[in-house]
Design a protein around this ligand. Sequence first.
Ligand SMILES: Cc1cc2nc3c(=O)[nH]c(=O)nc-3n(C[C@H](O)[C@H](O)[C@H](O)COP(=O)(O)OP(=O)(O)OC[C@H]3O[C@@H](n4cnc5c(N)ncnc54)[C@H](O)[C@@H]3O)c2cc1C
Length: 395
Amino acid sequence: MNFDPTDEQRRWLDLARDFAQSDIRPRAAQLDREQRFPYEIIAEMARLGLMGLTLPQEYGGSGGDFVAYNLALEEISRADTSVGITMEAHISLGCAPLAAYGTPEQKDSFLRRCATGARLWAFGLTEEEAGTDAGGTQTTAELEGGEWVINGSKKWITNSGTDVTAGVTVIARTGTREDGRPELTALIVPQEMPGYTRGPGYEKLGWRASDQRPLYFEDCRVPEENLLGERGAGLRQFLRTLDGGRVAVAALSVGLAQACFDEALARARERHQFGKAIGEFQAIQFKLADMAMEIELARNLVLKAAWLKDQGRPFSREASMAKVFASEAAKRAADQAVQIHGGEGFMEGSAVARYWRQVKINEIGEGTSEINRQIIAHSLLAESAEAAKAKMVAQ
Ligand SMILES: Cc1cc2nc3c(=O)[nH]c(=O)nc-3n(C[C@H](O)[C@H](O)[C@H](O)COP(=O)(O)OP(=O)(O)OC[C@H]3O[C@@H](n4cnc5c(N)ncnc54)[C@H](O)[C@@H]3O)c2cc1C
């Protein structure tokens, strides 16, 4: 077993850390306050290859592995999770399905525009009646004269309405199966299609400098060949896409937890009470020790899940484990970081107050903790205890 990153993984990690610390972290508070999409930062990340880190080189991506991507994403998110989610949603949710299921023609037309990150691509699954129950999709698409006619709406779709967004892949009902369940299909919708509009961005508790919008489809027509993957396989494709997304949101959570720890450690050294640094009190030391322990555990879970994906092995259970543990560890880290700051941590201008606001979404986006616990439990119940343990230990 080797816990050292490869030279290539180290290169991506260092590149992301240097850029994040010099160009993102100093601007994070202002971006959050102004709720402004960070166009210049995303453009520079595209130039550095970070916005296409895992995407195929033949279409303009960087061709890096999934471990490298998660190492880099942790560093970006340590500086700012709004930038982190923009990178994550573009690569894992927007572009990964185009790369995995697209025909060569679709990749040429759509992935090539976005694989560097100069243009962004979005992933539209969630609707008013289809949140955790993603199969509850009400948006419809009917084939008429060689075109799909899409009607319906989506909500909270990340990267869907920026000035550099090139399009979205949406899930729509394209019929009913023999067993009465809806047939769900993924369709590629370029940004400029008539009948496709976006609403205004949302006011949010966190990820405030990232872009989320409602999407509206009114007799929006796209060519028949914009069907992504197989007809009727849309939900299966999207759920598989979310497995990768969950590892990445876990990496984002680790980055935020690390940022909380960075601030807490500095404060423990600097703040004096009763004539000594508060870091000399055992109560504060134990908080720091618990934070460091949980961050280490969460990071190891992320990297194991990412490594399994790189090996082409099953990683769905580990993805859910990483997502649940890292998001909840980050929440505990944010809480303790504020506690270590005392009243100063309650002031809007302090970084830990911002982190405390931002951390909650990690337990919700890309599958709530509840649904991820169900995925873990179902996978355990589906096999013998010995098989489950062997898989966990040796995989
Ligand atoms: C900022 C932001 C960005 C997002 N970006 C995107 C995006 O780019 N693309 C996209 O498609 N979606 C996106 N989403 C949607 C996100 O994935 C959903 O919010 C998430 O899947 C949960 O759905 P919901 O919010 O409707 O919660 P609900 O499904 O309404 O769940 C409410 C509560 O009920 C629980 N619950 C629901 N069903 C069960 C069950 N069977 N068993 C136990 N508990 C259950 C949930 O765990 C939760 O605690 C985004 C959301 C936000 C807030």
